[in-house]
Design a binder for this molecule. Structure first.
Ligand SMILES: Cc1cc2nc3c(=O)[nH]c(=O)nc-3n(C[C@H](O)[C@H](O)[C@H](O)COP(=O)(O)O)c2cc1C
Length: 190
């Protein structure tokens, strides 16, 4: 896959083959891609928690919010949940602001996942206090994002934003997830 194909295939996936497990070593390799990525002032304040164990996964899953535009969908059902997670933390002993570092790290990790035939979703809707308590995360760390990972079980298609300008993703009757993207001409303004 060339870079455009990789970026195009790297959609937000929210339904997975939960029975396809992810090795801890794979999660470590994905974090290594984040480690090699750009960091403001090269402070490298991000730290990570890895999970590929069903019990820990279940604990993390409970604290996440899924696809806010899909009002009738509470999130992936049992059997379609992520097989692994990478929690991105900011180490407050290193910095008190983390800028765009977590976004860059998340994209590197998700591109690496896509390259391996996996997929995932950046989750910012997190019950952070409950997650902190459940996993015993020290106050030294700010919880920034949870990356849900697994073998995708859904088809995601990119659509052009229509004349009404709607950007909300939707699912059709076959369960295909559609994501509107603005055109190149709309976003290049000068
Ligand atoms: C910063 C950020 C936070 C996000 N938080 C959530 C979230 O809490 N829950 C969720 O289901 N998706 C979340 N997403 C995924 C977006 O909904 C998704 O990127 C968007 O619908 C476009 O789809 P695409 O990633 O396939 O292009 C988040 C994405 C980003 C970049």
């Amino acid at each position: 896959m060339n870079l455009k194909e990789l970026v195009t295939q790297n959609r937000s996936y929210r339904r997975f083959h939960e029975d396809v497990s992810i090795e801890l070593e794979t999660l470590r390799q994905l974090v290594d891609l984040a480690r090699l990525s750009a960091s403001g002032a090269n402070k490298q304040p991000l730290k990570y928690i890895l999970s590929c164990d069903p019990e820990k996964n279940a604990l993390i899953f409970l604290q996440l919010g899924w696809a806010a535009y899909l009002k009738d969908w509470p999130g992936p059902s049992e059997g379609e949940r992520p097989s692994g997670y990478i929690i991105i933390l900011g180490d407050k002993n290193i910095s008190n602001s983390f800028g765009v570092d977590p976004g860059i790290a998340a994209q590197s990790i998700l591109l690496g996942a896509t390259e391996r035939g996996l997929g995932g979703c950046i989750i910012a809707t997190i019950r952070k206090d409950d997650l902190r308590e459940g996993l015993g995360i020290s106050d030294q760390y700010e919880i920034l994002f949870v990356l849900a990972l697994g073998k995708p079980k859904e088809k995601v298609e990119i659509e052009a934003v229509g004349p009404d300008g709607g950007i909300k993703y939707w699912r059709d009757d076959e369960g295909v997830h559609h994501v509107p993207k603005r055109s190149l001409d709309e976003i290049i303004v000068g």
